[in-house]
Design a binder for this molecule. Structure first.
Ligand code: NBP
Length: 476
């Protein structure tokens, strides 16, 4: 098999593949110096170095399998164009980059016409995951999965004895699921950041002391990689200034776009992923220093510090609010996957998706087992957070969650993901929503019509006439 693209992800994945019994890996990179460097640095891998697409194809046994790990977008198209010229029908091209799923659908269709299989595969876990075992989300045809399955199972992370890979569904399904994974990751990170901010300002604890709080949380139901690394980051001291590192890092969060894709896709599918959206927008807000600097004098409550009378009780309330909001974020993410599967005709096993995220990837957590259990018990569950385990957790958390959101509003400490998750939860619970009024407004200005609660049919009120109601054509 072969790997094209030998930056950090590709070279680590190639080393992972080469470390498995019986594998010989051919490697190719546009800039040949990088290939030479990798091969020289890792003689133990037994790589076959190639310096053109032709020699790369010649080095592979048939059916040829090549994993592309290059920059998403034009670079991926350029590599695919080259490979289809040197590959033959039955061969497999796997794109392991962070490609947009609609690009993958387009590429799969075009490559399929040549008789070559194309598989878009989400790879999660960063450079360490690529080397030691990532979580893998391949799409593509059933036929390619027959060949790819054993290879991918051998290099994937292992969680509780099971490899973190499954055939997600056809064409773009793998990249779609990876996209939503990243969106959930944005929400998870934002919620943790909000928890940290509330605790710091509410109790006056130092970052090192808050690191202990996160380390403690990591022994309970919040146990996860992100909570674990949060403790590590908070404990870090800057060598130059002696201050906590978190206090000298510029507070402007970067983003590579997958969070935005998740939100844009959710908007077009009509799925409310408000927690993920708030997390994405919170990064945007942080990254506008010019807007933040002119807004600093806007009125707010007097800056409150160490306002929590009982710091331990407050910390426990924040923990519960974090857990409840996290349940909402995952529920929204899985809702988006369900809607995507319906829209694009993929058959996606949601319980399996949760399972393959238990190892290798950034959002790995014990908690994912509960999601698998929920979908095993009820595969068509319409809202994940209504599964009995989550209802119990939300029942335990909801009062604390409300208090934390109230405190955030009263003290002026922004907690957009906490509060929007709570609003989503209450929206779902509501017996009646003010959407009825919106339908009335829409009918008033645009004759968009409405339905009634007491009889079938579609209706319109003659707002500019005598205001009687008539039966109308459905114009929703
Ligand atoms: P980069 O995303 O930085 O891409 C660099 C690679 O793309 C180099 O091998 C470069 O070759 C190659 N490349 C470019 Br740029 N244009 C090319 C072209 N026209 N033809 C051929 N090759 C071209 O590398 P990365 O950070 O290793 O990530 C690889 C993929 O994995 C990306 O899609 C990324 O989004 C995804 N991913 C990354 C992570 C992560 O944690 N970094 C995690 C999961 C997925 P050159 O050496 O000749 O310039």
């Amino acid at each position: 098999m072969g790997v094209v693209g030998l930056a950090v992800m590709g070279s680590n994945l190639a080393r992972n593949l080469a470390s498995r019994e019986g594998n010989t890996v051919a490697v190719y990179n546009r800039t040949t110096a990088k290939t030479d460097e990798l091969v020289a640095e890792h003689p133990e891998a037994g790589f076959v170095a190639t310096d053109s697409y032709v020699t790369f194809a010649q080095a592979l046994t048939r059916p040829r399998t090549a994993i592309i790990m290059v920059k998403a977008g034009r670079a991926t198209d350029a590599v695919i164009d080259e490979l289809v010229h040197v590959f033959e029908p039955g061969d497999i091209i796997v794109d392991g980059g962070n490609s947009l799923f609609t690009d993958t659908i387009r590429r799969e269709k075009a490559v399929r016409e040549t008789g070559i299989n194309f598989v878009g595969m989400g790879v999660s876990g960063g450079e360490e995951g690529a080397l030691l075992g990532p979580s893998l989300m391949p799409g593509g045809s059933d036929e390619s999965w027959v060949t790819l399955g054993p290879i991918l199972r051998s290099i994937a992370a292992v969680a509780e004895g099971e490899p973190c890979v499954t055939h997600i569904g056809h064409d773009g399904a793998g990249h779609f699921v990876k996209m939503v994974h990243n969106g959930i990751e944005y929400a998870d990170m934002q919620l943790i950041a909000e928890a940290y901010d509330l605790i710091r300002r509410g109790t006056g604890k130092t970052p090192a002391e808050i690191a202990d709080v996160f380390a403690e949380w990591n022994r309970g139901e919040l146990e996860s990689y992100l909570i674990e690394i949060t403790a590590e980051v908070l404990r870090q001291v800057d060598a130059e200034t002696g201050r906590p590192l978190v206090d000298v890092i510029l507070d402007q969060a970067g983003a590579k776009g997958t969070g935005a894709w998740t939100v844009q896709t959710a908007l077009s599918l009509g799925v409310p992923v408000s927690g993920i959206a708030e997390a994405t927008f919170a990064r945007s807000l942080s990254s506008h220093p010019e807007q933040r600097s002119v807004s600093r004098e806007l009125p707010g409550p007097d800056a409150a510090t160490a306002f929590a009378d009982d710091p331990d009780a407050f910390i426990e309330e924040v923990r519960l609010a974090l857990y409840a909001s996290k349940i909402v974020a995952y529920s929204q993410g899985f809702d988006e996957i369900r809607a995507g599967a319906a829209e694009y005709d993929w058959s996606i096993d949601l319980g399996e998706v949760a399972k393959i995220w238990r190892g290798g990837c950034i959002i790995r957590a014990q908690f994912l087992n509960r999601i698998t259990d929920a979908y095993r018990a009820e595969p068509d569950l319409p809202v994940l957070l209504t599964a009995p385990y989550f209802v119990d957790a939300l029942t335990r958390a909801q009062e604390a969650w409300r208090r934390v959101v109230t405190i955030s509003a009263q003290t002026g400490i922004p907690a957009p993901a906490f509060s929007s998750s709570l609003a989503y939860y209450d929206g779902l619970r509501a017996e009646r929503l003010p959407a009825a009024l919106i339908q009335g407004q829409r009918d008033f200005f645009g004759a968009h019509t409405y339905k009634r609660i007491d009889k079938d049919g579609t209706f319109h009120t003659l707002w500019s006439g005598d205001r009687t109601e008539i039966e109308a054509e459905d114009t929703h």
